[in-house]
Write a protein of this length. Structure first.
Lengths: 82, 407
């Protein structure tokens, strides 16, 4: 999956699941605060990532990323290994 | 010091209407909420009859996080509670700063549990269930969701007592306020209505199979009744100490004066005259009234042959044959865990609008129902005091007496 496709898919499913304006999901924004994630939301984040991108991030993965751009990097790495 | 306990708000989300105005109209004209549900036939139900309520769209009212833990019981309960709190002039700001409890009746979450288990069977990974399911799956789902949404700070317990759940919830809330332990309690009952909720009950052969005529299938006390019709939704009754209600200038819809209860200690599903007799008598004794003061009885009668017979005998033994009696289940079907709360809401609507709702489909009495005064059609009637019965599997019985409020 190409990076642009990852970005397009991610913007769609995150805005749907977390009811956030797609315009806020830009590479430099903070993923955690933009999506207003609490501890339970990470459970749902794993579910929608697995459903839409086909990999399961770990809690350490989430700790290591801050921005959406870093999430796209993570997705590229994970999908390359699939 | 014992305190007086009054009702300051009611809300209904039922097959008779999605708010109390619509329900009031249905009660007046004797409108049935029963339908034939085709998908039950394919699923293997013996009877496809059910009361119908649609799933509410909560997106305009609640955030994603607030909605995630809700399946039918909590969704329905949110709708009825929203209406009841509005009538009682209670909002989140006030609730958060004061001590208000919640005791809600609910006795199943079958639809939610099966949806969750289906996900695990498919994905073989519990971490892919999602965060909301656990809060949908637990029997206290209504309490967890509503206490969080409305920032309730008082007693917070769910009550499971089969088809008497809603009634006992109100009874226990009443006792807490009477004893001075709470100022106000959000009480009620919720009942899921999905395909999975009633399959095992249907399997007992207890449901009416008069499927060619759904609105005539539920016929409490009628000689030709052949079983109950399942139904659902939610009803909320806000109860409060008189002092609190007066201080807030809240509307007062009625005063709870008596609560009776008993357990049959007998068969798991069959009703029992002695248990019902004791519940009725306890409520009257507790209320400190003469039985002749009761102007209306909202019967539990579900349209099953043995259940209605037993209740007719108990009503006759305790109250005689003159007091007007109707079972609103002719219109609603059996709202099960919700019924004890909804029937108090329906009876309050009758009391405050001077009528008795009809026991529809009562055409011919049997040997026992002919001894009591069943009202088959709308009747203008002044009600100053009514009694509502609720009886459940396992032999749990509840009777509540409510009077028109007088200072």
């Amino acid at each position: 999956m190409e990076r642009l496709e990852i970005i397009a898919i991610t913007k769609r499913f995150l805005s749907e699941e977390f009811e956030v304006d797609e315009a806020l999901i830009v590479p430099e924004n903070n993923l955690h605060s933009t999506l207003d994630l609490d501890s339970l939301d990470y459970v749902d984040l794993v579910v929608v990532i697995e459903e839409n991108l086909g990999f399961k991030p770990t809690s350490d993965d989430f700790k290591a990323i801050t921005t959406f751009n870093e999430f796209y990097d993570l997705a590229e790495q994970k999908l390359a290994l699939v | 010091m014992e305190r007086r306990v009054v009702i300051t708000g009611i809300g209904t989300y039922s097959c008779l209407g999605e708010n109390t105005n619509d329900v009031l109209e249905s009660l007046r004209i004797g409108r049935s909420g029963i339908i034939y549900d085709e998908q039950r036939k394919d699923f293997g139900y013996r009877s496809c009859l059910t009361g119908f309520v649609k799933e509410p769209d909560l997106k305009p009212f609640l955030s994603r996080r607030e909605r995630l833990g809700m399946h039918e019981p909590a969704m329905f309960a949110y709708m009825s509670t929203r209406e009841a709190l509005e009538q009682a002039k209670l909002d989140v700001d006030f609730l958060e700063k004061t001590e208000t409890g919640i005791i809600f009746g609910n006795d199943s979450t079958a639809g939610a549990v099966i949806n969750t288990i289906d996900k695990v069977r498919e994905r073989k990974d519990t971490t892919l269930i999602g965060s909301g399911d656990i809060f949908q799956n637990m029997n206290c789902t209504v309490n967890m969701n509503l206490s969080t949404i409305y920032k309730l700070k008082g007693i917070n317990i769910s009550l499971s007592a089969a088809c008497a759940s809603g009634s006992h919830a109100i009874g226990l809330g009443y006792l807490m306020i009477k004893q001075g332990l709470q100022d106000r309690v959000v009480c009620g009952g919720a009942q899921e209505i999905n395909l999975y909720a009633m399959a095992s009950f249907d399997g007992l052969g207890a449901f009416s199979i008069r499927q060619d005529d759904p609105t005539r299938a539920s016929r409490p006390f009628d000689r030709d009744r052949d079983g109950l019709v399942p139904s659902g939704g939610s009803a909320t009754v806000i109860i409060e100490s008189l002092e609190s209600a007066l201080k807030r200038n809240a509307p007062i819809l009625g005063e709870i004066v008596g609560y009776g209860f008993s357990s049959n200690g007998d068969h798991i599903s069959n009703p029992n005259f002695d248990g019902q007799f004791r519940s009725l008598n306890m409520a009257i004794k507790h209320a400190g009234i003469d039985p002749s003061e009761i102007d209306y009885v909202n019967a539990h009668a579900t349209s099953t042959p043995v259940g209605d017979t037993t209740e007719a005998q108990a009503i006759h033994a305790v109250l005689g044959g003159k007091v007007p009696v109707s079972s609103t289940k002719g219109m609603t079907g059996h709202e099960c865990w919700m019924a004890g709360a909804s029937e108090i809401a329906y009876s309050l609507l009758m009391m405050n609008n001077d009528f008795v709702a009809p026991n529809i489909n009562f055409q011919n009495p049997d040997e026992d129902s002919k001894k009591i005064n069943i009202i088959p059609e709308y009747k203008e009637h002044k009600i100053d005091c009514f009694l509502s019965n609720s009886f459940g599997f396992g032999g749990t019985n509840s009777s509540i007496i409510i009077k028109k409020f007088k200072k």
